[in-house]
Design a binder for this molecule. Structure first.
Ligand code: AMP
Ligand code: ZN
Length: 432
């Protein structure tokens, strides 16, 4: 089934014509409404009239995560606040989140691309969709929620956590589709085993999973442990949230909804556009967003693009699975965490040194974050009670900034290895 055949199977020449028209209108809009973009365009001697073909896209400046930080909270917004009807947010490179506002049209567009995504993944109106993505500032919960309702499915907004209750509802309400992160699906499988629940006897048949990196091997494991087809879905807050791209049942790459999101692959080092098929950094321009349009956003996600027609009938380009990132962002239990955030917390707490090691592991499918940090000489020789108080303080500050729990281990002064070159701050033991 194809939710919107007009756009999803549009012949590519016609799609490209539409993209060009939308790109021209977008550049005119941000030039007029967003000082940040006007300045960036002027610096390159560009005006909206400079965009004569899609090839001119590569003349436009990039937007990076840092630009969101510099313009925090709402400096990149292109509409007056009274037109903003919802705001989401996701962790940025520092303590400040990336704030993502939506107009009514933006929410309609998002719901549309989510309806397309869920349909593309194989869901329909007769399905019962249990949505175990987090509801709240994170785009996952509400993004899937409205998409599911639009498709006409029965939506169960369980949100994250409470695995026993998830399993109970899954059986009692006849859930057919689970939407959650790939790692959470394995937690569900394991809990079911422990509780003696045989999910093969349930109606579950499909999982629509994303928000974090995963591999083909992990898909195989999920499909072996749960009676589902596991479908990959991709998105990010700066662009819209989930619904940028999704696999069809052929599982041969994620179709990007190119009438709304214009993709490019660039060389991460030089920024030069790379041809189809080559692996590089995914860059996205939003063609229709009103509140937060973005021009050439550097996602830092590594992928390649394939424009060959797909057996499903969609003409939309397919992006490969995300093969990694160009920065050091970690995704821990679905939350973006930058080592720089951890460092900034440590720098503010008296008694600890900015010598630390971040250890990420996956304990029984759940990401685990442990931070080792050296205490100062003075504190170390002090009483136990003070050390404990310090540990609590670091823990609280850390959780306040990161938004997720972390175990803090205080270690002796100078006990962490020093390196001459780039410090090794992160040990990621998770095997995807
Ligand atoms: P957020 O804005 O917090 O939703 O995080 C977006 C980031 O999550 C993306 O830039 C990717 O790094 C990651 N992500 C989302 N979906 C996927 C996916 N299907 N595979 C791999 N990484 C993903
Ligand atoms: Zn397809």
């Amino acid at each position: 089934m194809i939710w919107n055949p007009q756009y999803e199977t549009m012949p590519r020449p016609q799609l490209e014509k539409l993209q060009l028209e939308r790109l021209q209108a977008l550049v005119a809009r941000v030039y007029e409404k967003v000082p940040f973009y006007r300045q960036a365009l002027q610096e390159r001697d560009l005006t909206p009239e400079s965009i004569k073909s899609l090839a001119d896209l590569s003349r436009l400046p990039f937007t990076v995560k840092q630009d969101f930080r510099d313009n925090y909270p709402l400096g990149l917004v292109a509409v007056p606040m009274d037109q903003v009807c919802r705001v989401h947010a996701s962790s940025g490179t520092t303590g400040k989140p990336v704030v993502a506002p939506y107009t009514a049209n933006d929410l309609r567009m998002w719901t549309e691309v989510m309806a397309r995504s869920l349909t593309c993944a194989g869901m329909g109106k007769d399905d019962v969709m249990q949505n175990a993505y987090g509801y709240g500032l994170f785009t996952g919960g509400l993004g899937f929620h409205y998409g599911g309702e639009r498709v006409g499915a029965t939506v169960i907004p369980t949100s994250t956590g409470n695995t026993k209750r998830q399993l109970m509802l899954l059986q009692d309400l006849g859930t057919t589709v689970i939407t959650c992160t790939p790692s959470y699906s394995l937690i569900l499988a394991e809990a079911a085993l422990e509780m003696g629940v045989d999910l093969r006897l349930s109606k579950l048949r499909l999982g629509i999973m994303g928000a974090e990196p995963w591999s083909e091997q992990m898909r195989a494991e999920i499909e072996a442990k749960l009676p589902i087809q596991a479908i990959d879905i991709y998105g990010l807050t700066e662009v819209v949230g989930p619904g940028v791209s999704v696999e069809c049942p052929h599982k041969c790459g994620m179709h990007i909804f190119e009438d709304h999101f214009l993709p490019e692959i660039v060389d991460p080092a030089t920024g030069e556009p790379l041809p189809y098929g080559q692996v590089g950094e995914l860059v996205i321009t939003t063609l229709t967003k009103e509140a937060l349009p973005v021009i050439r956003f550097r996602t830092r996600d590594i992928a390649s693009l394939n424009p060959e027609p797909c057996e499903c009938g969609r003409t939309l380009v397919r992006m490969s699975r995300i093969a990694g990132r160009t920065d050091d962002m970690l995704i821990i239990r679905g939350v973006n965490v930058f080592p720089s955030q951890i460092e900034s917390v440590l720098l503010e707490v008296e008694g600890v040194e900015p010598h630390y090691l971040i250890i990420v592991d996956r304990e029984r499918h759940l990401d685990d974050l442990e931070i080792w940090v050296e205490v100062s000489e003075a504190v170390f020789s002090d009483e136990m009670r003070k050390m404990e108080a310090l540990q609590q303080k670091v823990k609280q500050e850390m959780e306040g900034t990161l938004g997720i729990g972390a175990r803090i281990k205080l270690v002796e002064p100078r006990s962490l290895a020093r390196t001459e070159g780039k410090a090794k701050r992160v040990v990621d033991r998770r095997e995807l």
